[in-house]
Design a protein around this ligand. Sequence first.
Ligand code: SAH
Length: 268
Amino acid sequence: MHRFFISPELLAQTSRPSLHRVMLPAAVAHQVRDVLRLTPGEHVVLLDNSGDEIEARIVQTGRSGVEVEIVERRKGRSEGCLRLVLYQGLLKSARFEWILEKGTELGISAFVPLRCQRSQIGLEELGATKVQRWQRILQEAAEQCGRTRLPALLPVRSLSQALAELPADALIVMPWEQERRLSLRAALRACRRQVHEALAMGGPLTVALFIGPEGGLAPEEVALARECGALIVSLGPRILRAETAALVAAASILYEYEDEEEQTGETG
Ligand code: SAH
């Protein structure tokens, strides 16, 4: 079934028992009618960013718009209480966009562009057009992969700002290309119990992942993160491009911890 994020206000009306029909917003109506050519009787899933899925049946598709009838609101299953936040050293836009798309598919909850000592100058200015474009990438990826909540795109931060605003119990992971002793795998396994316990308490638990820019992380930046309790880890003997490092580390974190979450969800 095709899935579309819509504004929560549109569906707020549906809590009134007498009003089960809504007109889809113009952009979604265009997709439904002109691009996908869906017809009356077919069903779609509407997402209001609440974590629920709202199944709706198309009633009519006309030039004036597309009307749907709400069939059912149900709990979505794709979002858990592990909150993986990627702080990504600023990159060229195309590479950052790739991270937004793939990171959304993997399950990253929030993306924060990070201003680092070696970030390329000029990319810090995130104009409104770029932010809109990036939001659209997140939305399309979230619809495609079946998420019920949109990952957040937060404003650019410096490393010290980012570290200062993390919750006290956040697990901070910083892969550093010069780290030789501690592997990401060993670090994640050492924290398994702590993560399991936090998730068993109902979370949410933030795991903050810091990835450097193309120029890498400066030793002072690594030292600052270490002081704040970050685990400085290696992703192996090869230097990965920043976007590869981001996705490999995100996938590894979710691989280690996400099943714990499902188990605790089932038992609790
Ligand atoms: N220009 C740097 C590499 C930067 S890679 C150099 O040539 O040394 C960009 C970011 O990806 C790094 O800052 C780090 O966060 C991550 N990264 C890439 N490869 C890594 C590895 N083998 N171990 C740990 N982190 C790595």
